[in-house]
Write a protein that binds this ligand. Structure first.
Ligand SMILES: N[C@@H](CCC(=O)N[C@@H](CS)C(=O)NCC(=O)O)C(=O)O
Length: 404
């Protein structure tokens, strides 16, 4: 039954391949018409091949092909996303449908959370208005197709940077915004404890969402330690939690951040007591560097996304935050801060198609990395100090090139 849900997604991605229409509308001359026909034939062949299979790898191939063939031919490194976003007047940002602390849907259609705030930061940089965002909640399985089809401009969607996503899927990745790792959650009443290991999943039924690194890690990991598991994949992670709650699944697995968020909410609502749900193993079973993903070969857009993220890191390094940024603009604490905030003659941000004060707007409207983390994750009990998500000179992995 669950497999059917996944297959449904696979076919949906095939149906959307009429993204070729977009390709057609972007090209006008006869030479391009010939190229278009050739591409169309190639796409039809690819679609036929992709639709004949049901594995995630097949889905992947479809997305990769859509990306590389549908992208407008701009003859270089500009995929046109910045111009498209500016013309539209808002950013279309792909986020999770519901990930506690990262992308929580609100009544007005917006989302709150760490990833959602990075969408707002990009909008603040481009428009000077952090509210100029159209949030698009996406399941894990549909996110890459959505990006390839230009339904969204960027993904801030708990997306792990992997080799195949960076290459055959047709994406590029910006700086990692959250260093994560996959873990498993079980019930203490079933005998799980903080010292439980991956081998302890032997014989268990595990739930997770489809189209993720999670599925592959647990399958490989369990096999490596000789554990036999039954893996149930659902479309959205909250459905996996329902199965876990009802006992239909013994265990759930995803990025540790997702499990901590779910457990925190369940304790907070009084559903469970502290200690009822155990997250293990203590050392995650995978590396999950989460960050922005956008279409490949769009260097101009990549610069914007990357430097918005770097700006939040650099401001954090200098302790320039939402509360004191006005003072820093009036009197920059050092020359680099002046450049970052757009108050020197360098006008660095204008070199990437933004206004000089683009990053000043990011910091004043959304905040630096620490502001974002404190607003969205600290309330859920996440600890930043001493984690990989701390700034490099405090022992973490966050490191930005100089604003020069
Ligand atoms: N980081 C992994 C997993 C991403 C993922 O789907 N995570 C879950 C748990 S945090 C999620 O986003 N759930 C929200 C949803 O399904 O909308 C990946 O990129 O494949």
């Amino acid at each position: 039954m669950w497999h059917t849900a996944y297959v449904g997604t696979n076919f949906a991605s095939c149906r959307r391949s009429p993204g070729t229409d977009k390709y057609a509308s972007r090209r006008g001359d006869s030479l391009n018409m010939i190229k278009r026909l050739a591409v169309l034939i190639a796409i039809l062949a690819m679609v036929a091949a992709a639709c004949s299979g049901t594995s995630e790898d097949d889905t992947t191939t479809t997305v990769a092909d859509a990306t590389t063939t549908v992208a407008p031919d701009t003859g270089g490194q500009t995929g046109g996303t910045l111009a498209e976003v500016v013309a539209r007047g808002s950013l279309r940002c792909g986020v999770s449908t519901n990930a506690i602390g990262f992308a929580e849907p609100q009544d007005d259609g917006s989302f709150n959370g760490f990833d959602a705030d990075y969408c707002r930061a990009v909008a603040a940089a481009i428009f000077g208005d952090s509210t100029a965002v159209e949030f698009v909640g996406l399941t894990a399985a549909e996110r890459f197709t959505s990006l390839a089809n230009r339904d969204v401009d960027v993904l801030f969607r708990n997306t792990t940077w992997t080799q195949s996503r960076d290459t055959e899927i047709g994406g590029d990745f910006g700086p990692t915004t959250f260093f994560d790792g996959q873990q498993i959650m079980g019930k203490a009443s079933f005998g799980f404890s903080d010292s439980s290991t991956l081998a302890d999943v032997d014989g268990a039924k595990l739930c997770t969402n489809a189209g993720t690194t999670t599925e592959k890690n647990i399958t490989e990991g369990a096999a490596t330690v000789g554990a036999t598991i039954e893996l149930v994949t659902v479309e959205e992670f909250p459905q996996a939690m329902e199965q876990f709650r009802s006992g239909a699944c013994d265990l759930v697995t995803t990025d540790g951040s997702g499990l901590f968020g779910e457990r925190f909410a369940a304790v907070g609502s009084g559903e469970i007591a502290e200690g009822d749900w155990i997250i293990f193993p203590t050392a995650p079973i995978s590396k999950e560097p989460l960050g922005p993903m956008y279409r490949q070969n769009d260097s101009e857009w990549a610069d914007v996304i990357n430097w918005v993220v770097f700006a939040t890191f650099i401001a954090d390094e200098k302790d320039i935050n939402q509360g004191n940024v006005a003072a820093a603009i009036a009197s920059p604490p050092d020359p680099e801060a002046g450049r970052l905030l757009g108050v020197t003659d360098d006008n660095l941000q204008t070199k990437m198609g933004l206004s000089a004060d683009a990053f000043a707007n990011v910091i004043s409207q959304v905040g630096n990395y620490n502001d974002i983390y404190e607003r969205t994750l600290i309330p859920l009990g996440f600890v930043r100090a001493g984690s990989p998500n701390d700034i490099w000179f405090k022992g973490g992995l966050l490191y930005a090139p100089p604003a020069r």
